[in-house]
Ligand binder design. Structure first.
Ligand code: G3I
Length: 299
């Protein structure tokens, strides 16, 4: 079976996972090749990995992922251009508006421009809202206010007009939570100003019991007149029914393009001890994998 083949067969664009150079061979590489049609670099396209020092770019690790994906027919999600984490100190200490603007534009021109035409979607800004819907304090918002959003999206559009440009965040998993309506309101406002936002990424890092609210959340996110994607799915405990419910949620929302799982096997997860993924330490499929396959085959 292949999760991506099954998801494409019912009209979705991809079923994806994360990748890095060290995980493209052996059993991990085999599972990626067979099951997933899209990959997101887990770390190697972040600012600290691509421009650790001003105007000095390092692309070996990220090039390995892009080359592997391109030669294996996988689409790529670029992640993440502006994020307050994995952000080098030399950027965080900038206080001048004009300087930060040119640093952002230069970063995005070099990073996005490098793989022009090869990246399906970019997480242009990541986790820029607080849970209460206010804008998170970061060097970007402190120095530039909201203007950093337009600066980043316009620079990305200029560097690769083909890429879908996303805003990505977590805690968008329930319409009752404050962040979701706040983000939708701002995306509508920014789009009305001509800022080129094409998609909203909902990271979807779930605790047990949260899967049932995903479909209405994704549907609400699409009211911002964008495509949506589940970009970093993992579920504490990996309950089979809950994984099926999230895959079904994206299937039921026409403008949801696909689901990306945030890891292949449990020990490699950023929260390994909660066993949140589809494969175990021996790279064997867990019950949640079978639940997704059975659901998709039944459609
Ligand atoms: O291997 C590098 C080393 O070469 C480098 O010099 C050093 C510099 O910090 O770090 C090492 O990289 C580590 C990296 O993972 C690769 O393994 C970083 O220390 C470590 O902080 C990084 O953690 C990642 C984290 O984001 C921060 O970038 C996790 O793997 C990754 O799962 C996690 O993913 C995030 C998403 O990007 C955004 N949403 C939340 C999600 C979970 O936190």
């Amino acid at each position: 079976d292949s999760l991506d083949t099954l998801y494409k067969a019912v009209g979705k664009i991809y079923f994806g996972n994360i990748a890095e150079a060290s995980k493209l061979s052996g059993q991990n590489g085999a599972i990626l090749k067979r099951n997933f049609g899209q990959v997101t670099p887990e770390w190697s396209m972040k600012w600290e990995a691509t421009e650790p020092n001003r105007d000095q770019f390092t692309f070996d690790a990220s090039d390995a992922v892009v080359d592997w994906a391109s030669s294996n027919g996988k689409s790529i999600r670029g992640h993440a251009l502006l994020w307050h984490i994995a952000l080098p100190q030399w950027v965080q200490s900038i206080t001048d508006k004009a300087e930060l603007t040119s640093v952002i534009e230069n970063h995005i021109a070099n990073v996005v421009g490098r793989w022009k035409g090869k990246i399906r979607a970019w997480d242009v800004v990541n986790e820029i809202f607080n849970d209460d819907g206010s804008l998170r304090a970061s060097v970007f918002s402190s120095v530039l206010g909201e203007d950093f959003v337009g600066i980043a999206f316009r620079a990305a559009r200029k560097a690769d007009p083909k890429a879908k440009l996303y805003i990505n965040d977590y805690s968008l998993d329930n319409v009752e939570w404050a962040k979701l309506p706040a983000l939708v309101r701002k995306v509508k406002e920014w789009k009305a100003q001509g800022i080129p936002i094409d998609g909203i990424g909902s990271q979807t890092h779930l605790q047990p019991g949260m899967a049932g609210a995903i479909e209405s959340s994704l549907r609400e996110l699409t009211t911002a007149d964008v495509e949506v994607a589940v970009t970093e799915l993992d579920i504490v405990g990996a309950n089979p029914e809950e994984y099926k419910t999230v895959v079904q949620a994206c299937y039921h929302v026409p403008k949801c393009v696909g689901v990306t799982i945030w890891g292949v096997r449990d020990p490699d997860s950023w929260q390994a001890d909660t066993k949140p993924l589809l494969f175990d330490a021996n790279f064997d499929a867990k019950p949640a994998y079978g639940a997704i396959v059975d659901y998709l085959k039944g459609l």
